[in-house]
Write a protein that binds this ligand. Structure first.
Ligand SMILES: NC(=O)c1ccc[n+]([C@@H]2O[C@H](COP(=O)([O-])OP(=O)(O)OC[C@H]3O[C@@H](n4cnc5c(N)ncnc54)[C@H](O)[C@@H]3O)[C@@H](O)[C@H]2O)c1
Length: 326
């Protein structure tokens, strides 16, 4: 049932770095308001509630049961996504859950079952697909305008200090999840893949800071992913974040470098404006297109399940040094 209230109330569970981007996005969204947040650490909770001009709830239960709140954004660490998503859906609230959505396929399937049972929207935080250039690429692929697709590339090279990386899983889960849902959205699911990873700049953190994946798509085309926290790419035409789809009749390109501000951006050495832009678009799609207009999300929990299967296949390939079929 589309929401008809004048103002859609939003609540944040988790007030870490990514909440800053989501708060800016809600502020820009017509007919929506950030009502309040809950964060495990109270110092951070008070600081962010003052910064965002919203309430600070004493518990996640109080937040999800507040009648003023219609949609809950789950912005905590990966391991707690299911717990807070289930609590919000249980209280009858729509949910936007950050990526990676769950620790396992079973966790994401559980979220889908809970959302479906209540007729609620549970939107995975697949922010990149809400960029206009991604939508246009998909239209060109679907319309056959690029001819036969021969290759697709998703490249990510953004240095992250080790103390920041330690808050996340390695880049296979943290970054290749983005790559996986982007590929699914643009050209579809791979049929087989092989992957490698390495740790090149972390001193103590045992996870990988670079990973690459080679894939074969259903039509026989090949695709490649690179995800690196190990170094920025300072070369001319850098592959900071670059997405390319190449076909026999044309090709497309998306780059973070189209809009760069020379100032640090959260944990990045420069501000890549498209990062905030993609979250702003995602939040507007969720609150306005999905909740108000009843549109189907561009990327769904089914895509999150397939993306998680791709991540688990990459982990299996790395562990076994093998090619894994999907
Ligand atoms: N879409 C994107 O491009 C993007 C970018 C960065 C992060 N993320 C995702 O957003 C989420 C948060 O990342 P972040 O960068 O804000 O991290 P962060 O470390 O800055 O914040 C994490 C938050 O989770 C809370 N938390 C940690 N353990 C908890 C627990 N056991 N119970 C309750 N709360 C707990 C912390 O208090 C903190 O507020 C992660 O899922 C991450 O993968 C997405």
């Amino acid at each position: 049932m589309p929401l008809t209230k004048d103002t859609i109330g939003v609540g944040f569970i988790g007030a870490g770095d990514i909440s800053i981007l989501h708060a800016a996005a809600v502020k820009k969204c017509p007919g929506a308001k950030l009502v309040g947040l809950w964060n495990r650490n109270q110092d951070r909770a008070q600081e962010r509630a003052a910064q965002f001009g919203c309430k600070n709830y004493a518990s996640p239960e109080l937040l999800v049961n507040d009648p003023e709140i219609d949609a809950v954004f789950v912005l905590t660490n990966l391991e707690t996504h299911l717990e807070y998503t289930a609590a919000a859906l249980g209280a009858g609230k729509h949910v936007l859950v950050e990526k990676p959505v769950g620790v396992s396929v079973a966790e994401i399937e559980r979220m889908k079952a809970l959302a479906d049972a209540k007729g609620l929207v549970c939107l995975p935080g697949h922010n990149y697909v809400y960029e206009a250039s991604m939508v246009r690429t998909r239209e060109l692929v679907e319309g056959g305008d690029l001819g036969r697709i021969v290759s697709a590339y998703v490249m990510y090279n953004i240095h992250h200090p080790e103390e920041v990386a330690k808050r996340y899983p390695g880049v296979v889960r943290q970054i290749l999840t983005h790559h996986s849902y982007i590929l699914l959205y643009l050209v579809g699911k791979p049929v087989e893949l092989c992957a490698m990873k390495a740790t090149l700049h972390y001193k103590e953190y045992p996870e990988e800071d670079i990973a690459m994946v080679q894939m074969r798509l259903a039509n026989g085309a090949l695709a490649h992913f690179c995800a690196s926290f190990a170094a920025d790419d300072h070369a001319a035409d850098p592959w900071t974040v670059m997405v390319k789809v190449i076909g026999t009749a044309g090709s497309t390109r998306y780059s973070y470098r189209d809009h760069v501000e020379i100032k640090p951006g959260l944990v990045h050495s420069q501000t890549y404006t498209a990062y905030q832009g993609s979250i702003t678009n995602e939040v507007r799609h969720f609150l306005v297109d999905c909740l108000r207009m009843g549109a189907k999300p561009l990327s769904t929990l089914d895509d999150a399940i397939t993306a998680q299967k791709m991540i688990e296949a990459a982990e299996k390939s790395i562990a076994e040094k093998s090619v894994v079929r999907l």
